[in-house]
Design a protein around this ligand. Sequence first.
Ligand code: G3I
Length: 318
Amino acid sequence: IETLREAPYPIGAAISMGPLRNSEAYRQTVIQEMSSITAENAMKMNFISTGRGEYFWEDADYLVDFAAQNNLRVHGHTLLWYRHTPDWVSGFSGTKEEWIAIMREYIQAVVGRYRGKIASWDVLNEIILDDGTLRPSVWLSNIGLEYIGLAFKFAHEADPNALLFYNDYGHEYSHNRRLATKQLADSLVNAGVPIHGIGLQMHTNTNRSIDDLRYAIMAAATTKLLVHVSELDVAVNPDQNPNATFTEALAARQQESYRAVAQAMLDLPEEQQFGITFWGVSDDNSFMRDNPDWPLVFDSNYQRKSAYRGILQGIYRK
Ligand code: G3I
């Protein structure tokens, strides 16, 4: 294998706009190694939605154009999330019907703009808590449970070919979340809601056993939907010790985790393998770099780490 682009399923990365615009090394690594990209922040509602019917498209457009020029799949992240709701939405007061209307307008504006250009979307992000109950949000409190199915329906109307995901974290440790996710997915499918996949963020660390990582992937697959490991990183300093360094031993342990995830994805039925997305490209653009941490497969000089070797071992079952 020359690069991860030749992997048996798509491998991608979350993209941040600064280095995408300014770093040639970053761009070249993405172009050479990745088959899929996700906007780390540029497609979140607080970035795009500047007011009702007002949108900021510049960053998202730039990312989508970059993908088209370089033959990369784009995964959209994320239509609705309880965090980073724009102020005009948090402050909105209206009836249930008016809340449904603002949700529909937003989802259809975004999905519609990138119809045919963004292959898949995280429609909902992090709606279940560790204990398996639903997380409070303005959508839940103003619309009720119905908002869940409606969000998928509105996205599907705007782009009938887009694959629609429910994305969340913590499947590696929370039995209740695994169970609640399975129940939610089954009930949406039975109700005819257009949901096509489960996204497992998998922000994990070297203290988590590799069996837990594998088990999360297998559990999501029991839905029979697509499985996307959507935000993978393996922290080596989860306690955020300010004096931590990246040792050989940690690198080897991190490699094991990457290997386990890559192999578990390969072990799924082929039609469920949506792929793996790393949450960043190189260690110095990870959102946890200042912890400090070294959670990704490329080091700060864009050199392949042993974690990269772990991915190769996983996809070749070595
Ligand atoms: O762009 C502004 C900048 O103008 C401002 O000066 C600066 C001051 O704080 O903030 C900048 O925005 C920050 C943004 O990242 C871009 O750097 C936000 O404050 C900060 O909250 C935001 O953090 C992001 C976080 O989601 C919250 O949206 C992280 O980069 C991003 O990696 C993280 O990603 C999430 C996924 O979306 C969902 N799953 C968990 C994952 C990790 O937390």
